[in-house]
Write a protein that binds this ligand. Structure first.
Ligand SMILES: Cc1cc2nc3c(=O)[nH]c(=O)nc-3n(C[C@H](O)[C@H](O)[C@H](O)COP(=O)(O)OP(=O)(O)OC[C@H]3O[C@@H](n4cnc5c(N)ncnc54)[C@H](O)[C@@H]3O)c2cc1C
Ligand code: FES
Length: 249
């Protein structure tokens, strides 16, 4: 895994939905290309630990990190101003494996939607299913629509269909070769169950608290199944993307 600490110039950092910000950083990829599903570990002045944020896009010399303000660290990130620089460790982790000649269905829930934009860019005409709690949290729809067929749902029906991403996945799964998903754990578990029911391979991006972000501490360790054995792996290094059948939900 090749990564580096970079001081990236901050181009813009704008609120795109309630409490959700789109941070754009100048990023020349020639020597450090990012894979879809990888993440950046962002240094926040005043905080000891970096904050892990997925690569939303890494095209045309711009690294985009779309994040929701949750606590102190992301609040400080939201106050960073264009013209400064941001200290990031990037690109980190094992991302989604996208094969040619496969029909992908990408499923994103809430703040798990951003990495699906860069993932969609690596697929050939994917179906992209996104779900949010309500319309105030809906993001990235136009950009996703430029990459494939999009289906939107909200829990309360205030945007798109009323219901869950798994309802839409059931409608599309027969025409799908493989599913990639990112979102809250209960959603990933439900998506993995639908894929298992229809015997479709499924990759899921897990979220764990992180320390170093590079496999040097034990903060992000999870138990997975590999070749019939139960072993511990690091979400930051072996993941965040795992085959769903390896994961203990
Ligand atoms: C691989 C990965 C990718 C992620 N991608 C995104 C993304 O694209 N957009 C986004 O909005 N969020 C993403 N997250 C979640 C994001 O890292 C947390 O919301 C953020 O770290 C919260 O920091 P805080 O200081 O605001 O909150 P606090 O609760 O004050 O944080 C305290 C500590 O807990 C850690 N922490 C808190 N919540 C989480 C969490 N859910 N996951 C991991 N660590 C957490 C923080 O990093 C910090 O070390 C991702 C998490 C992981 C592991
Ligand atoms: S965060 Fe340190 S090993 Fe993963």
């Amino acid at each position: 895994m090749k990564y580096d600490v970079r001081q990236l110039p901050l181009i813009s950092n704008e609120e795109i939905a309630r409490g959700i910000f789109d941070m754009r950083l100048r990023y020349e990829q020639d020597d450090l290309p990012a894979e879809c599903g990888q993440f950046a570990h962002v240094y926040v002045p005043g905080k000891t630990l970096r904050r892990p944020i997925s690569v939303c896009d890494a095209s045309d010399g711009v690294l985009r990190l779309v994040y929701q303000v949750k606590g102190g660290g992301t609040k400080l990130m939201s106050e960073m101003k264009a013209g400064g620089t941001v200290d990031v460790l990037v690109p980190l982790g094992h991302g989604f494996e996208i094969k040619k000649d496969r029909r992908y269905c990408l499923v994103g829930g809430g703040i798990g939607v951003p990495p699906m934009l860069y993932t969609a860019k690596q697929c050939d005409k994917p179906v992209i299913i996104t779900g949010f709690r309500d319309k105030s949290l809906v993001i990235l729809q136009e950009e996703l629509a430029a990459e494939g067929e999009t289906l939107l749902c909200t829990d309360d029906g205030s945007a798109g269909r009323k219901g869950f991403v798994t309802d839409l996945l059931r409608e599309k799964i027969a025409d799908t070769d493989e599913v990639c998903a990112c979102g809250p754990t209960p959603m990933l578990k439900a998506v993995a169950a639908v894929c298992s029911e229809f015997s479709k391979p499924c990759q899921v991006s897990l979220e764990e608290r992180m320390g170093c972000g590079v496999g040097a501490c034990l903060v992000c360790a999870v138990k997975v199944r590999k070749n019939g054995e139960e072993i511990m792996q690091h979400v930051c290094k072996n993941g965040p993307v795992f085959n769903a059948e390896e994961v203990f939900f």
